[in-house]
Design a protein around this ligand. Structure first.
Ligand code: SAH
Ligand code: SF4
Length: 392
C-alpha cells in the first residue's frame, strides 16, 4: 500500500460476514424498524403506532420476548416472532474490581469479543463501550492498538452493550413505569472502549440515536462522550449528526511526538486537528471539548509541554483530562511520577483550564483506559499489517 492510501479504506473493505438469519430488531433506527415492520406485512397506517409500542418495550423496559408485549394482539406477536429476533451480545465473563468497577467480556456474532466497563462514582455511573473489535490504528501506548481489527460492531452490538449492562445492574424500569422512576445507575456513556468510533460512523450514530431517544433509554446528548484519536473529516459530521460531547486523544504538543504516540497524526497533524476542533462547539451547540492527555514519563510530561499545550488550545473551550498511563504487559512506556502529573496539572489550571487527573479505575481487573484487549484475540499485528491497515 502506498503512503497516500486513504486510511479508511481498509476498514470498509474488511470482510464483514455476519451469519444470515432473521432480522434483529435491536439496533434498527425508528425509520429502519418501521420499514422492517411494513416489509413483514404491518399495514402502513398502523406502522407508526407499532414502532412506538415495540420501541418502548425494547428500550424503555428492556423486554426481549415478543410474547410479553401485551399491548400487541396475540396473533401479531406470533407473526413478529416468526420474522424477527431481539438479540443483544452475550456476556461470557464478568469481573468486579475491588473499587466496584465491573468489566464485561462480551461475545458478538462470529465468536469475536469486546469489553465493556461500568464505573460507579458517587455522583454518576459511567459505561465505557466499544465500537470495534480491535482497532486499525496503532497508538503506541494503547493495548487495543496491538490487536488486529477484526470488524466494526453493528449498531445493535453497540447499543446492546448498554442493554446488557442495564440487565446486569437491574436498571430497567418495570413495564408501565416511566424512565425517570428509578435512580439511574448508568447516567453517562463514553465511547472510550475498544476501537475508533469515527471509523464506524454510521453504526455509532444510529446506536447513540437510540440511546438518546426520549421514549427509551433517554440519555441526554450531553451525557454521551465520543472519544476520537483525531479522524478530522468526520469531526464536523459527528457534531451535526450525533451532537454528543467530544473528547480527543491529544497526548502530545509537537507533531514529532504525536506522530509517534498517535500515528494518525501523520495524516492529520496537530494544526489540522485543532482547526476541526475549533468549529465543534458551535456546530454541536455544546460547551467544552475534552482534551485527553496520557502522562508518559519523560515523553510528553515536561513543564514545556504543559505550556505549549495551553498555547495550542487557546480560544477553544476546553477541559484537559490528564490520564496517568495504565501499564499493560509489554507496554513500552511508564507512568509519569505523581508529582510530575500534579505539576503539569497545575500549569494548565493556572492558565484557566480545568485539569482533572483521571483516577485509574479497575486496575486490578485490567479495566482501566487503554488496557482493554480480549483474551481470545491475542494475535499481534505485524509491521507489514499495520502499514497495510493504516496506509501510514
Ligand atoms: N479510539 C478512541 C477511544 C479510545 S480510548 C481514542 O483513541 O480516542 C480512551 C482514551 O484512553 C484515549 O484517550 C486513549 O488514548 C487512552 N488510552 C489508551 N491507552 C491508554 C493507556 N494504556 N493508559 C492510559 N490511557 C490510554
Ligand atoms: Fe485505537 Fe484509540 Fe487505542 Fe489509538 S488509543 S489504538 S485510536 S483504541
Amino acid at each position: 500500500m502506498t503512503q497516500t492510501a486513504p486510511i479508511t479504506q481498509d476498514v470498509m473493505t474488511l470482510p464483514r460476514k455476519l451469519p444470515d438469519g432473521p432480522i434483529n430488531l435491536v439496533g434498527l433506527t425508528r425509520e429502519g424498524l418501521r420499514a422492517a415492520l411494513i416489509a413483514a406485512g404491518t399495514p402502513d397506517r398502523q406502522a407508526k403506532m407499532r414502532v412506538n409500542q415495540i420501541w418502548q418495550w425494547l428500550y424503555q423496559w428492556g423486554v426481549r420476548d415478543f410474547d410479553a408485549m401485551t399491548n400487541l394482539a396475540k396473533g401479531y406477536r406470533a407473526e413478529l416472532a416468526e420474522r424477527f429476533v431481539i438479540e443483544i451480545p452475550e456476556v461470557v465473563n464478568k469481573q468486579v474490581s475491588a473499587d466496584g468497577t465491573r468489566k464485561y467480556l462480551v461475545r458478538i456474532a462470529g465468536g469475536h469479543e469486546v469489553e465493556v466497563v461500568y464505573i460507579p462514582e458517587t455522583d454518576r455511573g459511567t459505561l465505557c463501550i466499544s465500537s470495534q473489535v480491535g482497532c486499525t490504528l496503532t497508538c503506541s501506548f494503547c493495548h487495543t492498538g496491538t490487536q488486529k481489527l477484526v470488524r466494526n460492531l453493528t449498531a445493535g452490538e453497540i447499543i446492546g452493550q448498554v442493554m446488557l449492562a442495564r440487565d446486569d445492574l437491574n436498571e430497567w424500569p418495570r413495564p408501565g413505569e416511566g424512565a425517570g422512576e428509578r435512580p439511574r445507575l448508568i447516567s453517562n456513556i463514553v465511547l472510550m472502549g475498544m476501537g475508533e468510533p469515527l471509523y464506524n460512523f454510521d453504526n455509532v450514530r444510529d446506536a447513540m440515536k437510540i440511546a438518546m431517544d426520549g421514549e427509551g433509554i433517554s440519555l441526554s446528548r450531553r451525557r454521551i462522550t465520543l472519544s476520537t484519536s483525531g479522524v478530522v473529516p468526520e469531526i464536523a459530521r459527528a457534531a451535526e449528526e450525533i451532537g454528543c460531547l467530544l473528547a480527543v486523544s491529544f497526548h502530545a504538543t509537537t507533531d514529532e511526538v504525536r506522530d509517534r504516540l498517535v500515528p494518525i497524526n501523520k495524516r492529520w497533524n496537530i494544526a489540522t486537528l485543532l482547526n476541526a476542533l475549533r468549529d465543534y462547539p458551535r456546530l454541536s451547540n455544546s460547551e467544552r471539548i475534552t482534551f485527553e492527555y496520557v502522562m508518559l514519563k519523560d515523553v510528553n510530561d515536561s513543564d514545556e509541554d504543559a505550556r505549549r499545550l495551553v498555547r495550542l488550545i487557546a480560544g477553544i473551550p476546553a477541559k484537559i483530562n490528564l490520564i496517568p498511563f495504565n501499564e499493560w504487559p509489554g507496554s513500552p512506556y511508564t507512568r509519569s511520577d505523581w508529582a510530575r502529573i500534579e505539576r503539569f496539572a497545575d500549569i494548565i489550571y493556572k492558565a484557566g483550564y480545568a485539569s482533572p487527573i483521571r483516577t485509574p479505575r479497575g486496575e486490578d481487573i485490567m479495566a482501566a483506559c487503554g488496557q482493554l484487549k480480549s483474551a481470545t484475540e491475542r494475535a499481534r499485528k505485524s509491521r507489514a499489517q499495520i502499514e497495510a491497515e493504516t496506509g501510514l
